[in-house]
Design a binder for this molecule. Structure first.
Ligand code: 9UX
Length: 117
């Protein structure tokens, strides 16, 4: 398939958008380096790096490329890659798990008390 045919196909495809946080972008050339690497992949139709927020927004066809592969490509270049807001989500999940643990111990305590009397 020629490049133009491939591009025509890509634009006809349903595209998804994902934003990834990128750690380790220290100079403006990183922007071009990241955009070039991602745009080179089949299924990627656009990539926009935002240096101010340390993130990249990628338009891609989910039928041709998986977000995990986009992440792998960028981490392969030496950047720290995570889903947007993953850090905050992880903290929330940890907090929820801790609350479950506390409730479980309280329940065990209430259950054990009458038996020991
Ligand atoms: Mo600049 Mo980025 O010297 O990988 S291109 S830090």
């Amino acid at each position: 398939m020629t490049d133009t045919a491939l591009q025509a196909d890509a634009t006809a495809l349903e595209t998804e958008v994902c934003t990834l946080d990128i750690g380790g972008m220290t100079c403006a050339s990183c922007v071009r380096r990241i955009e070039k690497a991602v745009l080179k992949l089949d299924g990627v139709t656009d990539a926009r790096v935002n240096l101010a927020t340390d993130s990249v927004t990628i338009d891609y066809a989910a039928s041709l490329v998986a977000p995990a592969y986009l992440k792998k490509t960028l981490s392969g270049l030496g950047y720290q890659v995570s889903d947007k807001g993953e850090g905050a989500d992880a903290i929330d999940r940890e907090r929820a798990a801790r609350q479950r643990e506390v409730r479980l111990q309280l329940f065990n305590l209430l259950l054990a008390t009458p038996l020991s009397l």
